[in-house]
Design a protein around this ligand. Sequence first.
Ligand code: COS
Length: 382
Amino acid sequence: MALDAETRDQLIDTVRRFVTERLRPLEAKVSEDDAIPDDVVEEMKALGLFGLSIPEEYGGLDLSMEDECLVVIELGRTSPAFRSTFGTNVGIGSQALVMFGTDAQKEKYLPGIAAGEIITSFALTEPEAGSDSGSVQTRAVRDGDHYVLNGAKRYITNANKANLFTVMARTDPSKPGGGGVSAFLVERDLPGVSVGKPEKKMGQQGAHVCDVIFDNVRVPAENRIGAEGEGFKVAMQVLDKGRLHISALCVGVAERLIADSVAYAAERKQFGQALSQFQLVQGMIADCKTEALAARALTMETARKRDAGQNVTMEGAAAKYFASEMVGRVADKAVQIFGGAGYIAEYGIERFYRDVRIFRIYEGTSQIQQVIIARETLKRGG
Ligand code: COS
């Protein structure tokens, strides 16, 4: 639902102040501790951040995609690990349920998800099913009014905190690819669910990914989302939305890095003048700004199209592809503008440089986005 302009501006202003006053001062500590402080998580809950995209009747803010992107851009102006705390609840962890769940499933889980009392995770990727997500091997075998799940999932964001997993598992091994895959809501507490230790990562400390193992887990059949065999398409539609959310995040991070670079270039003097006076530095700033504006425009235009009910699989892939590559280039130039300081941890720029690298990989690599864009463009004939 689109908020009226005044309510939306208030929300954005509140989030901006939260980011500036509360989150930014904690960036270095969160990175060092590899954890978001509990009181910050509680404040995020109170602000409604866990329920940005959950329908109002279940306690969420029910934002349109356009409004969600505007909020996420604000949240991009700090370490992206903060957004990850509630990112799965807003995005890939909850959206299969929001889009395809039954009323009973929604009533049972969505209020807790919106409040941040239930943390959700999206369990699609496996050791042998990364970009080729139609090849999942986790099995779900029907047994009376249950399915029995066996298999292993990999790099699952927020798995260590999750109470509820959206799991893609193969119900029909005779069908190759996505056609034999179904989606399930699996509670963490069920016997046979175990979660590995958080992986050591290149960046985004404070956000965690872990393996999840299902060992003869009996899942009630009523927890299947959608029809048998529809799980791959469910996952793809969840990712369609998630990719736009990530595009907005990339725009926010780029805007933050541009602001930091401009401030540093104005203050730092060499050869008797501020760095910002040098045309070669200006050239880098101009490139960053142009690309960030282009990514913002593409993201917002696609969000509006989605809100209008259009299929934006291709445009969302294009936004994610361009925005994630863009923020990589912006982070690289930010390090360059900061010079030696850009390489020193204290300034935080090198941390962003590492943090943004995953944007080109998760929720579909740049190469997968290219595949999606090309397929659709070829199909449309231009
Ligand atoms: N929305 C709805 N349906 C979709 C869809 C979408 N976005 N994408 C594909 N489908 C449907 C297709 O229409 C097709 O349906 P039919 O069998 O009825 O014709 C079916 O799903 C299979 O699609 P396709 O043949 O395109 O599947 P592929 O195995 O070739 O895979 C890609 C397509 C590569 C696009 C897909 O596997 C993908 O997105 N991979 C990356 C996954 C990813 O992002 N992983 C990150 C981990 S999650 S953080």
